[in-house]
Write a protein that binds this ligand. Structure first.
Ligand SMILES: Cc1ncc(COP(=O)(O)O)c(C=O)c1O
Length: 359
């Protein structure tokens, strides 16, 4: 072996992305397969966004604007906050990594409900932090237990709402109660990667309802899901300028490329927002249709507020995943816990329903 990685790195598993549709088709000798495994959008880019990408590509020889000034201003105007309360990153997962770098040192505690987004334990391990994983209650977050888990050593609390993979949300009132109970020294991340798919009216806009009351709260969002730009890796954070400033300090230079910045700016134009909003509405309708169909077929399904469904099938997760893959449908299993399936276009969802069949 060359070099000597830190012990925590040696012990880390290699990140394994889900199998591509092409690979699944080849593995099972199928003409084609579909991928419902990564909570992406099944819709291709809008023509206006493709044009912005092509135009942006003319400047490939130049570094992009490091701070993404035009993009920050556009986001701040949309959110009704100051530009210094906004930053952008390499996906919201990149911003999460920056938050760890900025706030978490060796031996510090990071509190998050579990099961949740799989990067939380990985980032905790890299930071040599002590992860405090608070068990879910009926597939949802137990925020009283989260509050009780916070100690003087806690640096970050991470709450993904909707949660990946269970699709459950936290009511805004409960988030405010949690924030009231923790010290201002703890940064509370409200990760809203799937916000655009939420219809539950206990969820209010945190920019109006949380950030003005809690300087230690920070909201992460992404252009990967509802905006369909997963390949370009752009996320954004909203919060107090001091927290935003700390997260910014640890960013790589020129982190978000110029083509991605141009694509996001084009996606924020009113016509594009309207078209993207129609797609989101279709996904929400499909989510409810597929949920009803699965329940009718006898499958357990957790009511979802995201663009995916969680089937808590426990020990059946692995075999069910294999059975679906052999029929050309790639989903995401969580061994002995459940199966997560992304909501695609209506024809993809029909194919999934037909393949899964009755329980
Ligand atoms: C809960 C949650 N947060 C954040 C992300 C990261 O999204 P991105 O880095 O593409 O913005 C994901 C992606 O699957 C997610 O499920």
């Amino acid at each position: 072996m060359s070099g000597k990685p830190r012990a925590v790195v040696e012990n880390l598993p290699q990140y394994k992305p889900g199998k591509s549709a092409a690979q699944a088709a080849a593995d099972h000798q199928l003409a084609e397969a579909i991928k419902l495994a990564s909570n992406e959008s099944s819709y291709g880019p809008l023509p206006s966004v493709l044009k912005a990408v092509a135009d942006g590509a003319e400047l490939l020889n130049r570094y992009p604007d490091h701070r993404g000034e035009a993009l920050r201003v556009a986001i701040s105007e949309k959110q009704g906050i100051a530009p210094d309360q906004v930053t952008i990153g390499c996906g919201s997962v990149g911003l999460l990594q920056q938050a760890f770098t900025a706030y978490v040192g060796s031996g510090d505690e990071v509190v998050y409900p579990w099961r949740s987004f799989e990067v939380h334990p990985v980032f905790s391990a890299i930071a040599e932090a002590n992860p405090i994983m608070v068990p879910l209650r009926e597939q949802a977050f137990d925020l009283d237990a989260v509050a009780a888990a916070v100690t003087a050593r806690t640096k970050l609390v991470i709450l993904s709402t909707p949660n990946n993979p269970t699709g459950t949300v936290c009511a805004t009132r409960d988030l405010n109660n949690l924030l009231d109970s923790v010290s201002d020294d703890v940064v509370v991340i409200i990760d809203e990667a799937y916000l655009e798919f939420v219809t539950d009216d206990s969820v209010k806009d945190p920019v109006a309802e949380i950030l003005p009351h809690h300087d230690n709260a920070i909201v992460f969002r992404t252009f990967s899901k509802a905006y369909g730009l997963a390949n370009l890796r752009v996320g954004y954070a909203l919060g107090h300028s001091e927290v935003i400033g700390s997260i910014d300090k640890v960013a790589l230079p020129f982190l978000v490329n110029g083509v991605a910045q141009a694509a996001v700016l084009a996606s924020l134009e009113p016509d594009a927002e309207k078209e993207l909003g129609d797609r989101v509405a279709e996904v929400i309708g499909e989510r409810d249709r597929v949920t009803a169909k699965l329940l009718e077929l006898g499958w357990p399904v957790t009511p979802s507020q995201a663009n995916f469904l969680w089937l808590p099938v426990e020990g059946q997760a692995g075999p069910l995943f294999q059975r679906l893959e052999s029929k050309g449908i790639v989903t995401r299993p969580f061994e002995n816990e459940g199966l997560r399936v992304t909501i695609g276009k209506p024809e993809e969802n029909d194919r999934f329903i037909e393949a899964i069949g009755p329980k």
